[in-house]
Design a protein around this ligand. Structure first.
Ligand code: MG
Ligand code: ZN
Length: 359
């Protein structure tokens, strides 16, 4: 018994000592925020990826950890419209709403507040650019499926760089060619990561596919970490700072199809982008990275596993979203503000307070 107590004391000492070493300077100003959303990524998805990856994840480098309550204004189980809107505007709203509050009023997003204060802004996703999560940062519509209207909102957003799928909604099915309209506003509109010039003085839109991107194992490769790196390089040129949202859009889709391999490959791919963002924060003082989810998908539970072999036994209990709290992993300048348990809307509030971009 005594040796157990001694062991526990030693362990606690080591744990505290470790966290002190990593603590962020509290006086420094946060000038860059990278918000990373793993759509549908609950703690079980994170732990399953950790197990499959033989006991290591970039997310583990987080300095401070919190839990976010995801309920929407009208549902215990939020959708990505209301979940994204809570994160982007700080308002709980109705499922399917994008960038509008529960009464239907358009409400400013972090991206818009940042633009107004002269910061640079960006969105990087593995879905279509007009899908619910990125849409919540740039559009104000009462229905997440109003894809053409959502695409039109890019025109006057001032966004400095966006990279994702969904070219069809900007060109083929749009009322007018939105890509051409963006070009007339000095955007470089390109269709491949290779054609992005992050040091170009122009704003950049990169639409890599007609609709959503292929899943990781079906040919997308390292698109997400690469696109994230290009966006960080582009946005870092603004000395005033930037706001960038990066989404691992398809973790959710693996959950909906109760396909653990799909969930694992998407979560590990997202984790690679997390590593790139944490590395950027290491070399760019004043950068905060917040990694979270809009909700959990699939009611995933892990019934057995083996770290050494990476084997997993799992059960999905649902084909939709669940209402369980989701993790928040914070790294860099201001990360300490994200310890605790709070509503998803608080994530918006903490970010705008740190960036000082409130009206
Ligand atoms: Mg999404
Ligand atoms: Zn979903």
């Amino acid at each position: 018994m005594r040796s157990l107590v001694l062991f526990a004391t030693l362990f606690l000492y080591t744990a505290c000592h470790e966290s002190q070493k990593q603590e962020a300077p509290t006086q420094a100003k946060t000038s860059n925020v990278i918000l990373m959303i793993g759509d549908g990524m609950g703690l079980a998805q994170v732990h399953a990826a950790y197990t499959a990856n033989h006991g290591t994840l970039n997310m583990e480098r987080a300095m401070f950890v919190g839990l976010s309550k995801t309920q929407s204004q009208n549902k215990y189980e939020t959708d990505s419209g209301a979940g994204g809107t809570a994160l982007s505007t700080g308002k709980k709203t109705m499922n399917n709403f994008i960038g509008i509050d529960a009464s239907g009023q358009a409400t400013p997003t972090i991206l818009e507040l940042a633009e107004k204060q002269g910061l640079s802004t960006g969105l990087v996703v593995t879905s279509e650019m007009i899908h619910a999560t990125p849409a919540a940062f740039i559009a104000h519509v009462p229905d997440r499926y109003m894809y053409n209207e959502i695409a039109e909102h890019f025109t006057n957003s001032g966004i400095d760089i966006f990279i994702g799928g969904g070219r069809a909604y900007f060109e083929d099915s749009a009322a007018y060619n939105i890509s051409d309209s963006l070009r007339s506003k000095s955007y470089d509109i390109v269709y491949s990561l290779d054609d992005i010039e992050p040091t170009s003085p122009n704003n950049i839109g990169c639409l890599v596919s007609d609709f959503y991107l292929p899943r990781f194992s079906e040919g997308r490769g390292d698109y997400l970490p690469l696109a994230s790196g290009l966006a960080m390089k582009k946005l870092a040129q603004n000395k005033k700072g930037f706001f960038l949202m990066i989404e691992g859009s398809q973790i959710d889709w693996g959950g909906h199809s109760n396909d653990i391999d799909f969930v694992l490959e998407e979560t590990l791919d997202f984790d690679k982008a997390v590593g790139a963002a944490f590395d950027f924060a290491d070399t760019h003082p004043g950068t905060l990275v917040v990694v979270t989810a809009d909700h959990e998908t699939g009611g995933l539970s892990i019934t057995d596993g083996d770290i050494e072999s990476g084997a997993l036994e799992v059960k999905f209990n649902d084909t939709g979203h669940t209402g369980i709290m989701v993790p928040v992993f914070a790294y860099g300048t201001g990360a300490e503000k994200f310890a605790g348990i709070y509503h998803n809307t608080e994530i918006f509030q903490k970010i705008v307070d740190l960036l000082k971009i409130n009206d």
